[in-house]
Every structure is written in structure tokens, then in C-alpha cells.
Write a protein that binds this ligand. Sequence first.
Ligand SMILES: *Cc1c(COP(=O)(O)O)cnc(C)c1O
Length: 360
Amino acid sequence: MAKLFIPGPIDVSKETFAAMSQTMIGHRGAEFEALYASTQPGLQALIGTSRPVFLSTSSAWGVMEAALKNLCQKKVLNLCCGAFSDKWNGVAKSMGLDQDKIQVEWGEAIDPAAVKAKLEEGGYDLVTLVHNETSTGVMNDLEGIARVVKSFEGVQLVVDTVSSLSVVPIEMDKLGIDVVLAGVQKALALPPGMAVFACSLDAIKRAETQPNRGYYFDLLEFEKAAPKNNTPSTPSISIIFGLQYILGEIEKEGLEARFARHAANNQMIHDWGAKHGFDNFAPEGRQSKSLTCFKTPEGFDQSTFIKHLKTDHGYAINGGYGKIKGLTFRISNMGNETQETMQELIDAMDQVLNTHTARS
Ligand SMILES: *Cc1c(COP(=O)(O)O)cnc(C)c1O
């Protein structure tokens, strides 16, 4: 099996798997409460909040849908700039919500001024933003957009940080974000199956006035369970053991060092691309630090490149997502990668370029 350098799921370390294979415990008892409690300070630091961080046994989409269901009472504005952000609008439509979107070309970032102009039309009470659009490698201006949304009374902001949490600082409380969510299989380098999220008190207050919230994704159920260091229903306990381990590793490394490591690893891939004439799909200044999305140059046999990287060297990268499949390729630098492991990937890619394609 190839080592994953696709932008999620990513490589999971042996140490993480070992932590996950601890003896099973019941989730209604002191052992689980201690486990749950141990995850809170680390998650709160990553998300930049003093609010509890909830653990949802679902992928990120569960929480993305939950945010719409619990918080949209009037009309949601979806900020669309790629596969995941576009789909959030599709999900809002499928739920029968009153919705509108700002749609920019894939590869572009959302302009805070456009958000301001749209919200000035009135009638909105919710905005969704994908911070790091994993399909295009664009990192949106979270601070600028949050500032705009916060200037509109009664409009709440939900932010998907699925592929940016633990890669760059997220300041939920400082920016006044109402929901921050992330799946654990991206930058946190855990197996898929769980999401983490935090809700502002304003979000909780709004949910209290929202009918028909259901049970599994009811924000109030999570809010009620959190002070007891518990989850509404049986969680993925093994993944939480893994999360506890990873958060310990993050604490040892230090947040600043972790952010710097990701930036440096990302730069290595940018430099490699520049050397071979691969242009970034995302514009300068708005490029992701967790992955790189390259435009596939005219005449470059991308599928042969990706195939030989996998069969000859055991590394998996991604050949583009959604409607830019084949036109782009993506390389992740999330999780536990080091300068050494990134260099191993780069050496392998260079060998494949030399052996199997016209580029050198
Ligand atoms: C991967 C990803 C998702 C979807 O996550 P699931 O775990 O499949 O629910 C959502 N948003 C972004 C930005 C992603 O990268």
C-alpha cells in the first residue's frame, strides 16, 4: 500500500495506531470522562476558543449539515470557490433552506468586499466559509471575511477548517466565529471517522429557538453533554485515544513550531514545482499551507507520473478533484511530515520525471 500524500485522508503513524489499540472502555464512566477531558485544552488551543470542543462521530459533513440545520432560520449565504464550498450550497438546497451563494472561479479566493456587498442586500442570518478549499489549494482570508460578517447584526459565521486546523492559527473567539469544525483525517493525521467542532454561545442561543433539530446532530445535546465530559451518543472511542495521542505530540512540538514546520514543508513543494515549471493553481498570497495544487502543464502526462510514483516508489498523490480532475494535481504536506520525509517524496518525484516523462 502506498504512503498517502493525497490531501486527506493522510498518512497515520504507527504510534497513533498503537495509541488507538488500547483496551476498550465504556463511554459512561470515569475513564472515558478523563479521556474526553484530556482532549479539551489541546483542541481549544488549536481552535482558539475557551468554549468546549465537541467530538462528533461523523465525518466533517455531518457537522457541516448540522450547522445549517441548527442555525439557519432565515437565509444562508454560501461562499463558493471549489468542490467543498460549492457542495455546501448544494447541501443547503437539498435541505430546502432559503439560500444564495457567492460563486468565484475555482482557483480564486473569496473577496471580503463581495461578502459585504451581498450581505447588504439583507435577509441573511448565516454564512458558510471553507477556510482552506482543499480541492483548489486556496486559503481564504478568514480574518477579513469574519470581520465583514461580524459587522452584520444577527448574521452568524460557520467555518470549515477541515484542512487548515493545526496548520495555521485559527482564532475563533477573537474573530467572533460561531462554529469552527474540522474532520480528523486531514491535518490531524488520524483515521477518518470523527469531526471536532466548537460553537459560540450565540450559536447555542439560536439553536434553542430552532425547531426540529433532531437528535444526533443537535447542538444542544452536545452542549449538555460537554460539562459532563461526554458525548450524546456512543463515540468512536478508539479515534479519541488517537486524538489524545496526537494532541500530546502537538503540545510537545509547540503550536508555533508546528505551523512553521508546515510552512517550510509546503515551501519545499512550491520550490520543487517552480524548478520543474509547474504553476500553482491558487493565486500568490492565497495559497494553502497544507497542500499544493499544481496546474497540469500542456503535454505533461500526469497520470503516468502519478502511476509510477505509486508503483515504483510507494507514494500516492492526487490527480485533481471534481471538475479540475486531470487539469491539476495535488500534494499534501499535512500531519506528521518532516523535511526528511518531504525530501524523500521529492527525490522520488524527480526520479519519475527523469525516467517516465519528458520533464527533468
Ligand atoms: C475533506 C474535506 C471535507 C469533507 O470531509 P468529510 O470527512 O468527507 O466529511 C470538507 N471540507 C474540506 C475543506 C475538506 O477538505
